[in-house]
Unconditional design. Structure first.
Length: 701
DNA sequence: ACGGCTATAACT
DNA sequence: TAGTTATAG
């Protein structure tokens, strides 16, 4: 079992040196005519030409693999040169390789503590040497950087096409501001020199990894072979680990690794990564800055004997719960200018009879219509739909006020998908400049409502039969009506109409104890009307074409929405993960760094948080607060905070939907495009040039 | 039948 | 999406 070894000192410089197909090199040195030819070392010859234990890179190019048999390798690569491992006392004799390894160690051990990890692997602690070099002859002071060092691979170093990789490395080595990078750079110089020395004195090539600990150095040494070296700057660690199959990690190549692998795979990339990270005390979770709840719910349990066994009792309690919920929704609307879009009904139930009693009572949801009565009505319909589903279509009809088959042990209704009323339009501004909502007149409410119309669930009464657009959001005060430019129905008519169309769906007028299963809304054949009505009237949720995000707010909102949906769907697993990491998850990086290396000073990175946070905050987090004032008028402390922060937020260019740009004013388009083109600087947060600034409501409004 | 209720989030 | 499930204060 591996043992946890917390990092003791910070900023060590560790190298792992790995000989390239070492046995082959040893044999080639012994038989120079084999140099450059596809070569493999086999042990034992008796069966199928023996097993390969080392394969030259030329042979690998032909598809020869370790673990192949000699004969097999001949098939893949007919010209392969097979060299047998010496045999002594009837067994493979590795002594020549051991002593060759010793030659190498004697060279590598010249610059620092050296650990012979295997016959062809060595760890070096070059901390002191690197520190000394940094103090006495730092890279930038050198007139030239060793050619071999310039060939280093620096993980995470931008290697754009067309740019001179070697020059980039030189800059990284010489111009780094981070002391620990500097130390690694010194380490890399030393290792390059050592490797050259090894080549010169032994004729062997090797590869190396240079990092702050053994694990990372070992990982890196294998990344660029043969005869190359790879540096792992602190900043690249997270990306490296994230991209790494667990098995690649030292000590995780076996059972432990595969058990981890399968377990983590079973849990998925997100949970897996999360586990991986929390195990190290790493958590990039941001404080979300959300002041308001995301849903409201009201529920009650009816344990055991109290279980509800009649629809009417259910209805009674639903009514109570819905009233409670409705009140709170109303309050949220008035105080926070938010509208909930989805009504969800949850219940738990038991079925006395069959052993099927395990079955879960399904949750149901529908568009939320404001007003206690509507919520009650809809909740009951949801319940009935769920109950029918729960009991199954075949179940015998139950008549009367009692049933001995089922009981409801808990009921709850909740309202979710709460979004702020779109702001920034003329009428909304007018509204906000008007009276407080509690005392608001119908007029002002109407303004509000009209503005929020696009926010409402896509109309769900466009039944084939009911050709009337009915408002989705209605307000409790019975007098309040909405009008979407279509003649609005008075509520009673409305209800009647619906009831006429879908009698079975309107539980409302039914005598309470007369419920039969037949009277429950069906979701399958037998009562298409009900089904259709139920589906469109109740089940349809507000997604549709997402009218909520399109009209009122400018492109920000649309972009945001688009980005979100794109993000949430495809790009899964690793790609997605990288994407999530990329936008300088500064916090997470920092924490990681701190954890690994006990570091204090953060890299000063662009501060942008995930852009959706920005918007969420901007739009939804102003309880009891006007979203924004026209200009100079006093902002409360809350909005002042937002003002303050806004200057710091900016968008990650990766996350900007290009189509959004087309919607900007031409002069802005130009600026934005110019800004996007370089596509490198993530931390462009200068006030006045970021997209965030453009979108900032106080500007360009 | 014994914790109830509220709330959030991942996942499918 | 809608629905399920788990979790937590």
């Amino acid at each position: 079992m591996p043992v946890a070894r917390p990092e003791t000192s910070d900023s060590r410089v560790i190298a792992h040196v790995d000989m390239d197909c070492f046995y082959v090199q040893v044999e080639q040195r012994k038989h120079p005519e084999l140099r450059g030819l596809p070569t493999a070392v086999v042990q034992y010859n008796s069966w199928k030409g023996g097993g390969l234990i080392a394969v030259s890179y030329e042979a690998r190019k032909c598809g020869v693999k370790r673990s192949m048999r000699g004969a097999e390798s001949k098939q893949v690569c007919p010209e392969i040169q097979l060299v047998q491992v010496p045999v002594a006392r009837g067994k493979a004799d590795l002594n020549s390789y051991r002593s060759a390894g010793s030659e190498v160690v004697s060279i590598l051990s010249r610059k620092g503590r050296c650990e012979r990890a295997s016959i062809d692997e060595v760890y070096l602690d070059l901390t002191e040497a690197a520190e000394t070099m940094l103090a006495e002859a730092p890279p930038e002071s050198l007139e030239a950087i060793d050619e071999e060092a310039l060939k280093s691979h620096v993980l995470g170093l931008n290697n754009e096409d067309g740019s001179d990789a070697r020059e980039n490395v030189r800059k990284w080595i010489c111009n780094s501001n981070e002391r620990r990078d500097k130390l690694l750079a010194c380490g890399a110089l030393i290792v390059a020199e050592l490797r050259l020395q090894v080549l010169k004195e032994t004729e062997f090539t090797c590869s190396a990894g240079i990092a702050h600990n053994k694990m990372l150095a070992k990982l890196a040494s294998g990344m660029n072979k043969p005869a190359q070296q790879t540096i792992v700057p602190l900043s690249s660690v997270k990306g490296l680990l994230d991209s790494l199959p667990i098995k690649k990690m030292k000590q995780l190549g076996g059972k432990l690794g595969s058990s981890l692998q399968t377990d983590l795979e079973r849990y998925g990339i997100n949970t897996g990564t999360w586990l991986w990270n929390i195990a190290r005390g790493i958590s990039g979770e941001e404080v979300e800055g959300r002041l308001l709840p995301k849903s409201h719910g009201s529920g009650k349990t009816f344990p055991g004997p109290q279980a509800l066994k009649t629809i009417s009792s259910v209805q009674h309690w639903l009514n109570e719960l819905c009233e409670d919920l409705s009140e709170r929704l109303q309050l949220d609307l008035e105080q926070n200018k938010r509208i909930a879009h989805t009504l969800v009904l949850h219940a738990t139930a038991y079925k006395a009879s069959d052993s099927d009693s395990q079955k879960k009572f399904p949750s149901k949801s529908c568009s939320l219509r404001y007003g206690a009565a509507k919520i009650q009505e809809d909740a009951l319909s949801l319940f009935q739909a769920a109950l029918r589903e729960y009991l199954g279509l075949f179940t015998a009809k139950i008549q009367g006020s009692q049933n001995n088959q089922w009981g409801i042990t808990s009921l709850s209704v909740s309202a979710s998908k709460i979004v702020p009323i779109p702001s920034g339009t003329a009428s909304i501004m007018k509204y906000f400049h008007g009276r407080q909502p509690s005392t608001s007149t119908n007029q002002s409410q109407n303004n509000l409502i009209e503005e929020s119309a696009p926010l409402s669930p896509s109309d769900n009464d466009n039944d084939s039969e009911v050709k009337i657009t009915k408002p989705q959001i209605e307000f409790p005060g019975e007098e309040t009506r909405m009008n979407y430019g279509v003649p609005s129905l008075d509520q009673p008519e409305d209800r009647n109409l619906l009831n006429d169309q879908n009698p079975c769906c309107s539980s409302k007028n039914q005598a309470q104890d007369e419920f039969t299963l037949d009277s429950l809304p069906l979701s399958t054949s037998g009562s298409e009307k009900c089904s259709a009505g139920n589906q469109s009237q109740l089940m349809k949720n507000y997604s549709g074409e997402e009218p909520c995000v399109k009209p009122a707010m400018p492109s920000v909102n649309r972009q945001e929405q688009k980005r979100k949906s794109v993000n949430d769907k495809g790009t899964s697993s690793i790609l997605r993960f990288f994407k999530n990491q990329d936008p300088s998850c500064a916090q997470q990086k920092l924490e990681h760094v701190e954890n690994i290396e006990d570091v204090k000073a953060p890299v000063t990175l662009g501060p942008q948080s995930r852009s959706d946070n920005c918007l969420d905050r901007n739009q939804s987090e102003l309880p009891n607060e006007r979203p924004f004032e026209e200009t100079g008028t006093s902002s409360s402390s809350v909005s002042a905070q937002f003002e303050q922060r806004r200057g710091v937020w900016s968008y990650n260019t990766d996350e900007i939907d290009p189509s959004v740009i087309d919607e900007l004013p031409p002069e802005i388009q130009q600026e934005v495009r110019a800004w996007l083109r370089p596509h490198k600087r993530h931390n462009v947060a200068k006030r006045g040039s970021s997209i965030a600034d453009y979108f900032s409501p106080t500007k360009n409004a």
